[in-house]
Design a protein around this ligand. Structure first.
Ligand SMILES: Cc1cc2nc3c(=O)[nH]c(=O)nc-3n(C[C@H](O)[C@H](O)[C@H](O)COP(=O)(O)O)c2cc1C
Length: 197
């Protein structure tokens, strides 16, 4: 698969096998993230590659508890409201039980923090597709990136005082009949293009 094919056929995967993907593939995906461009070549993203099922379980519980303490308010972003409602109901697995979660942080006072993390995430999603692995952008840790319990968890793994989480990526072998990611592109109904000249 060439780069254009990998970009054009990338879709999100939200159901994964328990099996751990090949270590070399995970390494390649993380290196694809690290190879992303960054504002002023700052290279200040910080990647946390979580493969320990107990850590992921405990993190999922911490996320659920954090959302369960929040209230849905009018005009709230739909996905946050859904995370709150589902957390209150119990059994909320923000990472879709993927065997690998790559969490990406950056400096909170750096103006390109989210942009740099997004470039890294997109690179990793495309690399995952090229390697026949499923990926899905996971935003819950960004929404909770000032939550003291979640900060404490990541501080324990080396998140610096001036760093915050801006995104995460679920990675795994898709639980599809052929164990390949879905690749049918969604119709483009938005993303207007204006050509000048
Ligand atoms: C900034 C951003 C945040 C996203 N957050 C989540 C998320 O928290 N959970 C999730 O399941 N998908 C998330 N997604 C995936 C989108 O829902 C998905 O890309 C979109 O529905 C299009 O589907 P596709 O990825 O299969 O093309 C996110 C995507 C982006 C770009």
């Amino acid at each position: 698969m060439n780069a254009i094919e990998a970009i054009m056929s990338r879709r999100s995967t939200r159901q994964f096998l328990d099996a751990m993907p090949d270590e070399e593939m995970i390494r390649t995906i993380v290196e694809a993230g690290r190879a992303a461009p960054s504002g002023g070549n700052s290279q200040s993203s910080h990647f946390f590659v979580i493969r320990d099922p107990q850590v992921l379980d405990s993190l999922a519980l911490t996320v659920q508890n954090a959302f369960a303490r929040m209230e849905v308010t009018e005009g709230m972003y739909r996905s946050i409201a859904s995370s709150i409602t589902r957390s209150k109901a119990g059994g909320y697995r923000f990472h879709y039980d993927a065997p690998v979660l790559i969490v990406i942080a950056n400096q909170k006072d750096y103006g390109n923090n989210i942009a740099d993390c997004a470039c890294a995430l997109e690179n990793m999603m495309i690399a995952g597709n090229a390697l026949n692995l499923g990926t899905c952008w996971i935003n819950q840790l960004k929404w909770l990136n000032e939550n003291p319990e979640i900060l404490a968890v990541f501080r324990g793994y080396g998140l610096q005082e001036n760093e915050r989480i801006y995104g995460a990526l679920a990675v795994g072998i898709p639980a599809s009949p052929d164990h390949l990611p879905a690749r049918t592109p969604l119709p483009r109904t938005g993303n207007e293009v204006t050509c000048i000249g």
